[in-house]
Each structure stands twice: as C-alpha cells, then as structure tokens.
Ligand binder design. Structure first.
Ligand code: DX5
Ligand code: ZN
Length: 215
C-alpha cells in the first residue's frame, strides 16, 4: 500500500491565527500544506495572492503546494514561484499553453502540477503525464470549501493512480474529503488527499488529522 499523505487546505483555517493553525497540523504529522489561490474570474471567489504565500513560507518548512484557480496562469507563475511554492499547480481548463506553463515551473526547479475539474476527462492530460510531477483531481467544482464530494470522480483517481506507477508523477484529490468520504478516496490508491473543512472545522484538529490518517 502507498503511504497516505494528507495535505491540509488552509482555505478553511482561521487566518486570524494562521501560525497556530499551521502548527497544529504540522505537529499532528502534516508534511505539506495546500494553498488555494482564487481570482474571482476562473472561479467565483477570491482568496489571496503571492504576498500571502510568501508570508506562509516564513511560517513553516512544510512542502507548500499552491493550487492556482486563476485565468491566464502564465502571467503569475513566476510570482508564486518566487513566493516560495514547492509545487505549483495550474488548471488544465485555465491554461493557454500547457507545455509552456509546465516548462516555466520546472525551469525554476520546483514541481509542476495540473488540476482537472470534475467534468474534464483524463484523456485531455495524457499527453502531458511524462513531464508532470503531480496531477490534482478535483472532486468538487473549484471555488469553495465545504462542498459535497462528487463520486463520479473516483474512477479518474483509480485510472490515474495506476498510470502513475508507469510514469513518474503523484496523484492528489481535492474537495469534499472528510471522515465519511476518505475511505473511498484511499481505496483508489491516490497519493495525496487534500482536506479543508473536514479537518479545520473540527474542535480537535490534531485528533481529526490522526482519525483521517487511520481510516
Ligand atoms: C476548492 C479548493 C479546495 C478546498 C477543499 O476549490 O480547491 O482545496 O479547500 O475544501 P474542502 O476539503 O472543505 O472541500
Ligand atoms: Zn485546492
């Protein structure tokens, strides 16, 4: 069995005590953090830009995976690289030139990821698997935390997990994962499970992290 990796999504954290909210998941065993960047255009919501990623970089040594839910990602890739991302993920649906965007990221010696929406078929990204480090399967329509898990995306997780054994990339799942849905995610063989509200909305975040790991 693969190692289970839970990547807490700070979207559901309390930003008024961000350092505490990072430390609690790192103390519980988290080695990576998921940062959701939204532009109010590609998705109908806003979050934060490189300035906040840079601040988070100063607060932790954890691996930072920055999930760009923004149009025209090529305009901002360098800013998020310079801010200290370890993995930079852009959306298949937002990119104007996927090979170029992967090249920009990888030429800066960080890891390149692509995210696909629930309605996007994996056949679209097969040509890029060779050069990708990470594929993020959206199990909700991007834009908000706390949405319901879309079961139809499980099949894509299974297919990509088996493809990942042949190529050199890891698979993540993002959206609607909580105590009730995490088992079916684990069964697909994905590497990284992103959890936002299912972790941060708990009264005992440390215990919840461990409960999610043990499922
Ligand atoms: C959704 C974001 C997710 C979000 C997940 O657009 O990309 O990373 O934080 O939140 P939950 O786990 O609450 O669905
Ligand atoms: Zn995300």
């Amino acid at each position: 069995m693969k190692n289970r990796i839970i990547s807490p999504s700070l979207l559901s954290a309390d930003f008024s005590k961000l350092k505490e909210q990072i430390d609690v998941v790192v103390d519980a065993g988290a080695t990576r953090l998921h940062l959701d960047v939204m532009d109010g255009h590609f998705v109908p919501n806003f979050t934060f830009g490189p300035f906040i990623v840079k601040a988070i970089r100063k607060l932790t040594d954890a691996h930072l995976e920055t999930h760009l839910m923004i149009s025209n990602p090529e305009k901002y890739l360098q800013d998020f690289i310079d801010a200290g991302s370890d993995t930079l993920i852009f959306h298949y649906e937002a990119s104007n030139d996927i090979n170029r965007d992967i090249d920009i990221i990888k030429s800066n010696n960080i890891l390149a990821g692509i995210a696909i929406n629930p309605d996007t078929d994996i056949s679209n990204i097969l040509p890029f698997l060779d050069s990708l480090d990470y594929v993020l399967i959206m199990s909700v329509n991007p834009g908000f935390g706390g949405q319901g898990f879309i079961d139809e995306t499980l099949e894509k997780m299974k297919k990509l997990s088996s493809l990942s054994l042949k190529y050199d990339f890891i698979v993540g799942v993002d959206g609607g994962v909580n105590l009730n849905t995490i088992n079916k995610v684990y069964e697909t063989g994905v590497d990284v499970t992103i959890v936002g509200s299912g972790l941060y909305k708990s009264d005992n975040i440390n215990k919840r992290f461990n409960d999610l790991m043990k499922r």
